[in-house]
Design a protein around this ligand. Structure first.
Ligand SMILES: Nc1ncnc2c1ncn2[C@@H]1O[C@H](COP(=O)(O)OP(=O)(O)OP(=O)(O)O)[C@@H](O)[C@H]1O
Ligand SMILES: [Mg+2]
Length: 362
């Protein structure tokens, strides 16, 4: 998907902004507080219906306004231009519009617009909870494997029911129905994640890392969330007594993790901050590559504050690899000098950001 026209209203310090994006590379340059991250944050709403900086939607609505809106139209493909929009209100109402049809489910947008975000906080993928790494795998499966979404929803529903039954100390017979559904879908989720990682994604990540961090040799593995050599059903039964006491299920794909090590040691104990960021860059680039390989979809990549913690060589290798991966890029930086190496790229637009407005450099 390639975005063309963008329109943002009442979003942080952006009052009313319209611009036409470049199909491959868009640079946003401006001082602190000018509105660069807010532009990316507004685009992020199109793909995730939420911010990457706050959990509270009301925080992004401009002061003294009651709602924000973000609209985009794509470039014409097969004679068709697609249009998407989202608005959120102070009273928490959310309106989504997909090609003229209204939807109340914010997540409906996600399947159309595969958006990826890379910020100085992206190292949390390696430093933070396993949930973030599961989300990394699941984002791809969501876009690539239709049946994964159903497995995921049904699994989560059965987990909720089973936990509630554990808490209320129900007899074994009452658990059977949800136990079976949970295990069937849990095994499916686990197999799909492991296949995704082991068959292709791991190779793509490793190939990127040979460029990005040639000094290290990474070991990437998937921990599925229960012990080796037994089925999920057996693992649930084995732990049932203790789990019922605690009131929640302690084994299953909701406990899975993606583990990355260097010589047997977790990467966050070995790599520097900048190196961790580059590792995440290699992982995210692999997502883009895999998505493009498996579907006709191309992703929209948002790179916020690209100068932070990455030296010039690293910025250069990351952006140039993204640029050759059929990705539409939106990059922010405080100073154009941080992106000097892009001077030779003719295929781009440069926008100067000031007080929530942009001026395109001609
Ligand atoms: N709800 C809001 N309404 C109006 N303005 C807001 C709101 N929330 C934040 N702001 C302001 O919007 C401005 C733009 O912030 P933004 O984070 O986009 O800046 P930036 O250009 O990315 O800066 P930096 O280079 O420091 O990252 C800031 O001055 C911020 O204080
Ligand atoms: Mg910023």
């Amino acid at each position: 998907m390639i975005l063309d026209k963008l329109q943002i209203s009442h979003f942080r310090n952006i009052d009313d902004l319209s611009f036409s994006a470049h199909k491959s590379l868009n640079l946003f340059i401006g001082e602190n507080g000018s509105g660069k991250s807010s532009i990316l944050e507004a685009l992020h709403y199109l793909g995730f219906a939420r911010s990457f900086r706050t959990q509270k939607h009301r925080n992004v609505i401009s002061y003294e306004k009651s709602s924000f809106t973000v609209f985009c139209s794509t470039v014409v493909v097969d004679g068709k231009r697609q249009k998407f929009g989202i608005s959120r209100h102070l009273d928490d109402r959310c309106f989504v519009n997909i090609n003229g049809t209204k939807s109340k489910r914010a997540t409906d947008l996600a399947s159309y617009l595969p958006i990826q975000i890379f910020t100085p906080q992206s190292s949390d993928l390696l430093l933070g909870a396993p949930k973030l790494r599961r989300r990394y795998l699941d984002w791809l499966l969501f876009h690539v494997e239709q049946s994964f979404n159903l497995n995921f929803q049904v699994f989560n529903r059965s987990l909720k029911h089973l936990n509630a039954l554990y808490k209320s100390n129900q007899p074994v017979q009452a658990l059977e129905y949800w136990h079976q559904i949970l295990c069937e879908n849990g095994e499916e989720i686990s197999t799909k994640r492991a296949n995704l990682l082991n068959e292709q994604l791991k190779h793509l990540i490793n190939a990127n890392l040979r460029d990005f961090l040639p000094e290290f040799c990474f070991e990437i593995s998937y921990y599925r969330g229960w012990e080796k050599g037994c089925s999920l059903s057996d693992a649930v039964m084995k732990n049932r007594h203790r789990d019922q006491k605690n009131g929640f299920l302690s084994v299953g794909p909701h406990k899975a993790d993606l583990r990355i090590k260097v010589q047997g040691v977790n990467v966050h104990e070995v790599l520097s901050r900048g190196q961790l960021r580059m590792l995440v860059a290699g992982m995210q680039l692999a997502q883009t590559q895999y998505l493009h390989m498996k579907t006709a979809k191309t992703s929209i990549f948002l790179l916020d504050d690209v100068g932070a913690e990455l030296d010039e060589e690293k910025r250069k290798v990351f952006i140039s690899r993204l640029n050759t991966s059929d990705t539409q890029l939106f990059v922010t930086a405080i100073d154009i000098k941080q992106l000097e190496f892009l001077e030779n790229y003719n295929d781009k637009k440069v926008f100067h950001v000031e007080h929530g407005q942009v001026r395109e450099e001609i």
